[in-house]
Design a protein around this ligand. Sequence first.
Ligand code: NAD
Ligand code: DAU
Length: 384
Amino acid sequence: MNTQSSDLSPHNSLLITGGAGFIGANFVHYWIKNYPDDRIVVLDALTYAGSKANLAPVESHPGFRFVHGDIRDYDLVVNLLGDEHIDTIVHFAAESHVDRSIHGPDAFVDSNIIGTHTLLKAAKTLWLDSPSSTSRTKSSALSPQSSSYRFHHISTDEVYGSLGLNDPGFSETTAYAPNSPYAASKAGSDFLVRAYYKTYGLPMTISNCSNNYGPYQHPEKLIPLLILNCLEGKPLPIYGDGLNIRDWLYVEDHCQGIDMILKKGRLGETYNVGGNCEKTNLEVVNTVCAILDKLKSLSPQSSALSTQSYSSLLTHIKDRPGHDRRYAIDASKITSELDYAPQESFETGMRKTVEWYLDNLDWCKNVIGEEYNKWIEQNYTQAG
Ligand code: NAD
Ligand code: DAU
């Protein structure tokens, strides 16, 4: 068992790409809390989805450094890997919103495919072609049994396409069938990571995770959008019949899964991470509304509504093109090999999430700029 594992040293030097985004920032917080002696370098281009405010709680931590830059900048990445003696890359940076990939797929190909390839090339140069520059032991190229280095690629369950109601969940051997430009660009990046392992022996692992929720998620995504629209008494826009199913995972549980893969995962392997928590979008809306009904009653400006529940704001709109019907993860590999289990239930995780947004309305105002308002207008003008 576990013959091809990582050999990470007690003190690591991690490059976290996309660390100013939702999951990346939660991962940085998680890592610094659990491994305060490690070096953490965040590389982030600060697109509309990234914000330095997401890293404010850790910015004065002695081992932390933020670098504003693009993963497609090869020279920048090579220099960072060398100067910082990076032994572990945790690669979150990506364009991540399915709806935006429908309106403008180019950025998805650029960041998710070209960007990932640039990182892979830089890691190969430093770790395999001239490993002395990071002063760590070289992994045995072509078939690494163990390595001091690790390229961990964060991917998504969306690469597997859509399930029917009675289909088993996605396993690591499910064939790829991406349906949106976002999912296709993530699939392309997964294949490149795999190819760098098979061809060059780059020590890598991949995790394909289901829908995350929790603090710092950008308000364009379903759960924060619902919370903020409720608070403003705005319609809650639900695509189609609202019966699409997602498998929800609290973001800190995802971070713990990545930690376990980094520490105990076998090189060259993919691990699916899920919450074992399938919900229709209507169930998600009802959960958000029920929590808010208890925590914060409807504002006077919405008193014209027929009931005093936020759920009366629900509005069905025209469906998302190519909208995947159901995602579900079969997490038996990570459960049996690494002993992984999510800690939060949907009820406890959602309660924490709604409370976090209520306590952080200034953060929300900060990330909602002119660009976001334009996006909302562009995406939600064709109500069905
Ligand atoms: P996000 O959109 O919140 O954050 C992405 C971050 O990447 C931002 O900080 C952005 O500035 C940065 N970025 C984008 N392009 C960049 C570039 N070219 N160079 C440097 N930085 C760049 O995304 P997220 O929801 O935190 O997702 C993180 C990763 O996890 C993505 O790879 C996504 O595909 C994957 N994922 C997300 C979910 C989810 O539910 N959110 C689920 C499974 C997998
Ligand atoms: O499955 C993992 C994926 O989850 C990640 O790879 C993506 O990066 C992440 O954005 C997320 O993708 P989804 O498309 O599932 O998430 P989103 O929050 O956009 O939508 C969740 C569900 O809610 C989906 O069925 C579409 C629906 N929805 C979404 C929005 C924004 C609505 O009905 N109305 C909306 O306004």
